[in-house]
Design a protein around this ligand. Structure first.
Ligand code: FAD
Length: 469
């Protein structure tokens, strides 16, 4: 009987444990993707990027003698219908870890097993399953550095090659059309612009990894913080959808270390930040929804998502160039440099005294590399409410940060058109990418600061000192 292979955030053929096991079984493999309510709940940009990824992935499967079947509906019901149509005896998938997916998958697995099917989940999204990393007293890690020490020497499974031709069923089940799903429908008008910057699919991801290892990783220790440089791997959008596996990145990093490339270990550490985020989300699912430290519930953050200062932040019009450049980069490319993410998050939660959940939600709607664990940890870390936040109440000064990490203002000029006689293409593209209803144009005067850096610092520190926790 055929195996239904339910793809979710694992859109690749190589180093895919569930797919390899299915191919090795010799039984027909039917790859499916379901537009279930969790796909419907994705933010605009991640949903759009998923559509690009699915298009590529369907083509890859076609090249492997296979086909991607698309169906809409609640997962269990839809899988049961497919089992009936195809006579499948097994439903396999790659494990997910966010609370919503875990709830869905637990229900699906129990129900399919009760139907007498071989329902099974495989690893592949993470190198270190969250329950396999324990502190000495059997707990989980709340701080990154000891987590890193606990995993750094572990053997990581060597990546598996793609299986080649996949055994096909006698007849394929009917499929919906990807175009009819309109996964980009909520993208306002920036979709084509974002697509220009995206690096879609397994082959593109492998190419990028090769480029990074050949040309960038040696200097990554420093380049990763320079805002204007091509100094990072840019693989997060691919890791997010599983177009590349962390194991593939890890082994490439190990090889670079053996070749004596200085930044390689730092790269491995960053991959472990991703693992750490998942570790925390698994052990404390509240990471994604509320203050990890409940005492922060008393902090006087504004929760008014419609406030003028929040709108200015969202639109990249705070009058603080460093903050606005980051927000505009996200509009145009669907990504944002890590250093800029920390700066804009600090500005929103400290200077603008606005709840991190408002920022988290905005990122969730605009990042093509959106990841439930990394986004939540990034925001809680920046806000101070997370487990491994900065040891003291840190307020990033966006002006000092800009001087250090964008010393010649190249990053700010790339993204901010106002005041430049001939702004570069990305700065102009911003005004194409943003919704027309915002009524903004490149010739506008650049706004005065919503909150001056020094004043914002004072407000935030006062609130922190007067906190009743
Ligand atoms: P590189 O520097 O090349 O790092 C390699 C890989 O390591 C990344 O692709 C990523 O998978 C992982 N990584 C690096 N830094 C981190 C980190 N701080 N936390 C977790 N994993 C990390 N990352 C996301 O993938 N999705 C998000 O939604 C996301 N939201 C964030 C929100 C905030 C407020 C902050 C401060 C950070 C967020 N990050 C998020 C983490 C980080 O900014 C991005 O992973 C990174 O910028 C991606 O660029 P890169 O692939 O070139 O990274």
């Amino acid at each position: 009987a055929p195996i239904l292979l339910w793809f979710r955030r694992d859109l690749r053929l190589s180093d895919h444990p569930a797919l390899s096991a299915a191919a090795e079984s010799g039984r027909p493999v039917i790859p499916v993707f379901l537009r279930d309510p969790l796909v419907g709940a994705l933010g605009a940009a991640p949903r759009f990027r998923l559509g690009l990824g699915l298009e590529q992935f369907a083509a890859s499967l076609a090249g492997a003698n296979s086909r991607l079947t698309l169906r809409s509906g609640p997962a269990l019901e839809t899988l049961r219908a497919l089992v009936r149509e195809t006579g499948a005896g097994a439903v396999w998938w790659t494990r997910a870890y966010d609370p919503e997916s875990v709830a869905r998958d637990t229900e699906v697995k129990a129900a399919l097993k009760a139907d007498g099917l071989d329902a099974r989940s495989f690893g592949g999204h993470l190198m270190f399953e969250p329950w396999t990393v324990e502190t000495k007293d059997g707990g989980f890690y709340k701080v990154y550095t000891p987590f890193w020490r606990a995993v750094r020497g572990r053997a990581v499974e060597a990546p598996r090659p793609a299986p080649g031709r996949l055994p096909a069923p006698d007849a394929w089940p009917g499929s919906e059309r990807l175009a009819d799903w309109r996964l980009g429908a909520a993208m306002d008008r920036g979709a084509e612009i974002v697509a220009r910057y995206a690096q879609v699919g397994e082959r593109a991801a492998q190419g990028r990894l090769g480029h990074f290892m050949a040309h960038v990783v040696a200097g990554y220790g420093e380049s990763r913080d320079r805002l204007a440089e091509d100094g990072t791997s840019c693989l997060s959008e691919n890791l997010s959808l599983g177009e590349i596996s962390p194991h593939q990145c890890w082994h490439a990093g190990l090889r670079a270390m053996e070749e004596g490339k200085a930044g390689a270990e730092t790269f491995l550490q960053e991959l472990v930040w991703r693992e750490f985020a998942y570790h925390l989300m698994h052990h404390t699912p509240r990471l994604t929804s509320g203050n990890w430290r409940p005492e922060w519930d008393a902090f006087p953050w504004s929760e008014d998502a419609g406030a003028a200062k929040v709108r200015a932040w969202q639109q990249g019009r705070t009058g603080i160039e460093m903050v606005d450049a980051g927000m505009r980069e996200m509009y145009v490319t669907g990504r944002m440099h890590n250093r800029a993410r920390m700066i804009v998050a600090s500005y929103l939660t400290k200077h603008l005294m606005t709840h991190w959940k408002i920022g988290l939600k905005w990122f969730e709607d605009h990042l093509i590399d959106w990841d439930p664990a990394s986004n939540a940890l990034g925001w809680q870390w920046s806000a101070g409410s997370g487990p491994d936040a900065t040891p003291y109440f840190r307020v990033f000064n966006p002006v000092t940060q800009a001087k250090r990490f964008d010393p010649d203002a190249a990053y700010r000029r790339r993204w901010i058109a106002e005041g430049q006689r001939t702004p570069p293409e990305p700065a102009r593209a911003c005004f194409e990418a943003i919704p027309r209803r915002w009524g903004l144009a490149p010739g506008d005067a650049y706004p005065a600061p919503v909150v001056e850096p020094a004043e914002g610092r004072k407000i935030a520190l006062e609130a922190y000192e007067n906190r009743d926790f």
